[in-house]
Design a protein around this ligand. Structure first.
Ligand SMILES: NC(=O)c1ccc[n+]([C@@H]2O[C@H](COP(=O)([O-])OP(=O)(O)OC[C@H]3O[C@@H](n4cnc5c(N)ncnc54)[C@H](O)[C@@H]3O)[C@@H](O)[C@H]2O)c1
Length: 414
């Protein structure tokens, strides 16, 4: 009886809390209302996302904020009549904005994440969710209590391949999984480093809000190379781990429903093009997880033969997911996902190909803004994948195996 009473009390309290936590969007959206969207950071990825958002009929792009004037003009060409700012706070002051897409450099993600939620707007936040572990904790806490719809730009979370893989794992086709191998490989012409972008001639102090870009980083003279090529420097970036491993580790974590890693190790260096970059181009990461699992991720910028992929190795079967088995006719990379049984433990099972269709990640976010449901890549997977990345980078920077506890107390470094 006492237990029942307690359970009832908890049930009512939970319902009461839930009722309190269901915030409306800043406007109540009618069925025919378009979702009014703003964007912070409209560079390379931002302009891709702008195209994606513009292709959804129920979306209206209203305003953008970018520290570089050139981006204002580029965005206005795509969306005539757009309001533009060089300070994201002015965009967030707009009362008639429902939601914001953030595609700024990594070291500014947390500020844009927290400021957007504080302004009461829903958020699409590009990966990696944050630049550091303490920032990931901050963003996770803020999002959980906000009632806002937060989608992380981990678009593989909306993929058909993920749905297929989860299904195979759930139905017990893999047995005990003790190891996952993953890799990502690219190449560039000799002398041209991966990611290096030319600096446009209009990238001058007059056209850039430099202090907003620095975002609290130590003062330094205007440096257009760093503005355009922020990815190459620890101060602003987490290198290829936060650029690409994050997609794959999030995918693996979701497929296998993994908690945070218990330890990480990472070796490598700047081996491909010694062009002044700080972040390594050649990487081998080992992530240990509780309950007998090791995940490895390797990456090179000097050879793209094996494309990118993951192999989930179980005692009863294997999942192989990848791009890069180039089509022999058109030379294009194909995505594929397969299940292969282990004859020694699963002799009756047949091999299978994945069949599920991808969902549109941006459309999923917009649908959730209307329904107030949780999107496909919620803050929790943003958090777990960010922590895994930062643990790996901390291990590399400190040249040691780093446990979760150690990583949390190490603090960020430039
Ligand atoms: N999901 C994906 O597949 C994917 C792919 C590529 C990039 N990304 C992510 O998108 C983000 C942006 O990458 P990118 O390649 O477009 O970089 P980018 O440098 O091309 O674009 C960043 C833009 O942000 C602007 N900016 C810088 N500081 C700002 C500030 N404080 N306020 C407002 N704007 C600011 C810059 O002027 C620039 O236009 C990164 O986090 C990256 O990891 C995701």
């Amino acid at each position: 009886m006492a237990n029942n009473t307690r359970r009832d009390f908890l049930k009512h309290t939970a319902l009461g809390t839930a009722a309190l936590l269901v915030y409306p969007t800043s406007r109540v959206l009618g069925a025919n209302d378009r979702v009014r969207v703003g964007m912070i950071g409209v560079g390379n990825r931002g302009q891709d996302l702008l195209h994606e958002a513009l292709s959804i009929p129920s979306v209206q792009i209203v305003a953008i904020a970018d520290v570089y004037r050139r981006r204002h003009d580029e965005a206005k060409k795509l969306v005539p009549g757009l309001t533009v700012f060089d300070d994201h706070r002015r965009l967030l002051d707009m009362k008639d904005l429902d939601a914001v897409i953030v595609a700024s450099p990594l070291h500014t993600h947390t500020r844009h994440f927290l400021d957007t939620l504080n302004s009461g707007k829903d958020l699409y936040a590009e990966k990696t969710m944050t630049w550091s572990i303490p920032e990931a904790e901050q963003c996770m806490t803020a999002a959980r209590g906000s009632g806002r719809v937060v989608q992380i730009g981990l678009q593989w979370e909306s993929s058909g391949a993920l749905a297929d893989a989860r299904n195979w794992v759930k139905t017990g086709l893999l047995g005990k999984v003790t190891q996952v191998e993953s890799w990502m490989s690219r190449n560039t012409p000799h002398g041209k480093g991966q990611w290096v972008r030319p600096v446009p001639s209009d990238c001058t102090p007059q056209n850039v809000n430099w202090s907003a870009f620095l975002n609290g980083r130590p003062e330094r003279l205007f440096d257009p190379y760093r503005l355009i090529n922020w990815r190459l420097f620890w101060e602003f970036s987490g290198g290829n781990v936060t650029e690409n491993m994050v997609h794959q580790i999030a995918w693996i974590m979701t497929v296998l429903d993994l908690p945070l890693p218990s330890a990480a190790f990472m070796s490598g260096g700047v081996f491909s093009e010694k062009d002044g970059r700080e972040v390594p181009d050649t990487i081998a990461v080992t992530l240990e997880f509780p309950e007998d699992l090791v995940v490895t991720w390797q990456s090179t910028f000097s050879n793209r033969h094996y494309g990118l992929g993951e192999r989930i190795l179980g005692s009863d079967g294997t999942i192989e997911h990848g791009w890069g088995q180039s089509d022999m006719v058109n030379g294009e990379d194909q995505e594929s996902i397969h299940y292969y049984p282990e004859p020694v433990n699963h002799p009756q099972e047949a091999a299978m190909n994945g069949k599920s269709k991808d969902q549109d990640h941006m459309a999923n976010w917009i649908d959730c803004i209307r329904s107030r449901k949780t999107p496909n890549a919620p803050v929790e997977i943003g958090y777990r994948s960010a922590i895994a990345c930062h643990m790996a980078n901390l291990a590399y920077r400190h040249k040691q195996r780093v446990t979760l506890l150690e990583a949390k107390s190490m603090g960020p470094e430039f």
